[in-house]
Design a protein around this ligand. Structure first.
Ligand code: CMP
Length: 150
């Protein structure tokens, strides 16, 4: 029987982290999302400054791993992406796999490309509310090219 769930078209932020960029895995990673029907609507390559990474990850500032996280995220260029699609926030997180690659399901991005919980290849927004603020952190509305289809 067809599902009766109404579609919820969402946008969510992902960051291809310095380890995955250095491994030349950008195209491979985008493919994981596109083949699941998510559409890329914004993209920006940048090398985060220390102050950017500290602000972006401010929620983790009391955690023991915070300095290491900021150091890693500023160690090389990153690719910042916005994906759009039905239920995009949850689906992107499923496609990425668990934060710790040792716990990530086979076939997920982190299982395939991450080497440790610190160097875990990709970031994805953890809720719709976070997605909105993370997208606004990096993109103006004019830099987002919403799709009416796909
Ligand atoms: P990310 O999704 O970018 O959000 C915060 C990051 O902190 C996380 O991915 C991990 O790469 C990193 N991190 C390092 N240690 C931990 C930990 N013990 N728990 C959660 N995140 C951690």
């Amino acid at each position: 029987m067809a599902s009766t769930r109404t579609q919820s078209i969402e946008q969510t932020l992902t960051i291809i982290k310095p380890d995955a960029v250095a491994q030349n895995m950008i195209g491979n990673i985008i493919e994981y999302f596109e083949r699941e029907g998510l559409s890329l609507v914004a993209a920006k390559m940048t090398h985060l400054k220390e102050s950017d990474a500290e602000r972006f990850y401010a929620i983790h500032k009391e955690r023991a791993f915070f300095r290491e996280l900021v150091e890693f995220m500023t160690s090389g260029p990153v690719l910042i992406l916005v994906f759009q699609g039905d239920n995009a926030v949850v689906r992107v997180r499923e496609i990425m796999g668990a934060t710790d690659p040792a716990k990530a399901a086979p076939g997920t991005i982190r299982a395939d490309f991450a080497t440790s919980i610190d160097r875990n290849a990709i970031h994805g927004s953890d809720s719709l509310k976070t997605a909105k603020s993370e997208i606004e952190f990096f993109f103006t509305p004019q830099e987002i090219f919403s799709r009416t289809q796909g």
